[in-house]
Design a protein around this ligand. Structure first.
Ligand SMILES: *[C@@H]1O[C@H](CO)[C@@H](O)[C@H](O)[C@H]1NC(C)=O
Ligand SMILES: *[C@@H]1O[C@H](CO)[C@@H](O)[C@H](O)[C@H]1NC(C)=O
Ligand SMILES: *[C@@H]1O[C@H](CO)[C@@H](O)[C@H](O)[C@H]1NC(C)=O
Ligand SMILES: *[C@@H]1O[C@H](CO)[C@@H](O)[C@H](O)[C@H]1NC(C)=O
Ligand SMILES: *[C@@H]1O[C@H](CO)[C@@H](O)[C@H](O)[C@H]1NC(C)=O
Length: 258
């Protein structure tokens, strides 16, 4: 009845498990990070800091910054030297590593020219022989887009159509149109993602009341609590016998009409 065949007190799998435990034996030091997400602006630099719990020298330690996988790394430091051969191509030439601190050793990784790609999780791992310790950090990337460009087109019989465009936003922005009384207007917004991951906004409203005065298009970043706004004066009742364009913030980068 009892099936004892092939059963050892220590099956091979548990011996392997024990060996693995020994190999990954946790160090008598630990690593800590900022604990809360670090905010980084697109195009700027950001510093990611990790501290060692003990006042021990890290000169001979291996310090590895990584994202999902250990290798290739975001940045790898071995015996006081950077190892660019084991770096993700997305971070080539974009990182600077610094060890500093008197009371506590601190590893500081600067990421230059922050991109949408950098949003998310990072780990920093210290390794001293067999012992290692690591922690996790979070980067939240934010992009404040360009000042909105407003174009107003007024036909004779149709309503006045206004279009608002802007780019360089991250994460997804909020768009709001208001009339001169400050009341929001219903609009149609089309968000597209650029190859770099930033959001582009094209938003339209149609206004039927020509005596309305001013119109504003405001785009805001939910992460930054900041917004960019452009106002436009609407063409009056008797003006505009044919199509009229008003752009309060003309940009010179407009593509020529095909
Ligand atoms: C940390 O260690 C260094 C060198 O071992 C020593 O000079 C320094 O005083 C120590 N700092 C603290 C706060 O213990
Ligand atoms: C950006 O990173 C934060 C944490 O760093 C995460 O909460 C958020 O979901 C990420 N956004 C996207 C769009 O992946
Ligand atoms: C949004 O814009 C993209 C690119 O300009 C276009 O392909 C798509 O049809 C638009 N969608 C709507 C709902 O207008
Ligand atoms: C906005 O209006 C333009 C013409 O004025 C039109 O080509 C475009 O499709 C409209 N986009 C949306 C999102 O309604
Ligand atoms: C429209 O805007 C202009 C300039 O921004 C301002 O002088 C004017 O008072 C505004 N008109 C209304 C009706 O809000």
């Amino acid at each position: 009845m009892a099936n004892t065949q092939g059963r050892d007190i220590f099956p091979p799998s548990s011996i392997i498990f024990l060996l693995l435990q020994l190999l990954s034996w946790k160090a008598d030091f630990s690593v800590s990070g900022p604990g809360q997400p670090v905010l980084a602006m697109v195009g700027e630099s950001v510093k990611l800091r990790c501290h060692l719990s003990l006042n021990i020298s890290v000169k001979d330690m291996e310090v590895r910054w990584y994202r999902e996988e250990l290798s290739p790394a975001v940045h790898l430091r071995k015996k006081g030297k950077d190892v660019p051969e084991e770096q993700m191509w997305q971070y080539k030439g974009r990182t600077t590593f610094l060890m500093s601190g008197l009371a506590q050793e601190q590893a500081v990784l600067t990421i230059h020219n922050v991109m949408v790609f950098d949003n998310g999780t990072f780990h920093c791992k210290f390794k001293d022989g067999m012992a290692s310790a690591e922690t996790t950090l979070w980067l939240r990337v934010a992009g404040l887009g360009s000042e909105p460009r407003l174009q107003v087109r007024a036909g004779r019989d149709e309503g006045i159509r206004a279009e608002c465009t802007s780019e360089g936003w991250y994460p997804e922005p909020r768009v709001e149109w208001r009339d001169f009384r400050g009341q929001t207007l219903p609009s149609t917004t089309n968000l597209t993602v650029s190859p770099t991951g930033l959001f582009e906004v094209v938003s339209n409203v149609t206004v039927w009341d020509r005596g309305m005065g001013n119109l504003s298009c405001s785009i805001s970043n939910p992460l930054l609590q900041e917004r960019m706004e452009t106002k436009s004066h609407l063409p009056g009742e008797c003006s505009a016998p044919f199509d009229l364009k008003i752009s309060e913030h003309p940009r010179h980068s407009q593509a020529p009409a095909p």
